[in-house]
Design a protein around this ligand. Structure first.
Ligand code: SF4
Ligand code: SF4
Length: 136
């Protein structure tokens, strides 16, 4: 990526967004990546890398990245972050920014939300069926 595309003030802009106020407290320890269920199945998905890109100013790359939408908003990263940087909420704020800038449509964002809801229902259904096998 060309340095010309870096926006070193991006982190301050992001820190003004609802939920993302603590973004600059991150010290890049990587605990979020270690406990992320998406990173477990997708080696290319790196929560620490997402917040690092915010801090370094890779605004354009980040807002166009599919990674923003791969996150399932489970908040594991929030629960375990030693700095309370609230990465899941930062990702949600970045999604809102991508929509408001017309990089993706509101329909796309709603579709991702529906996929997540559907996934949770299917998971619940599978667990209930598995429990039935044990007579529970
Ligand atoms: S968001 Fe939190 S857990 Fe993740 S790298 Fe930053 S400080 Fe560590
Ligand atoms: S909220 Fe997103 S980034 Fe955080 S642990 Fe869950 S899937 Fe990973």
């Amino acid at each position: 990526m060309s340095e010309k595309l870096l926006n070193t003030g991006f982190k301050r802009e992001v820190a003004k967004l609802p939920g993302a106020q603590r973004v600059m407290s991150c010290y890049l320890c990587g605990t979020c990546t270690a406990g992320c269920p998406v990173a477990e199945v997708d080696a290319g998905f790196n929560p620490r890398g997402i917040i690092q890109k915010v801090l370094l100013g890779f605004e354009d790359e980040l807002l166009h990245s599919a990674d923003l939408w791969k996150c399932v908003q489970c908040h594991n990263c929030v629960a375990h972050c030693p700095q309370d940087a609230r990465l899941a909420d930062v990702i949600r704020a970045l999604r809102g920014l991508a929509v408001s800038r017309g990089i993706v449509t509101e329909e796309f964002a709603a579709r991702v939300q529906n996929i997540d809801a559907q996934y949770q229902l299917e998971r619940l259904d599978s667990i209930n069926r598995a429990m039935e096998q044990y007579g529970r």
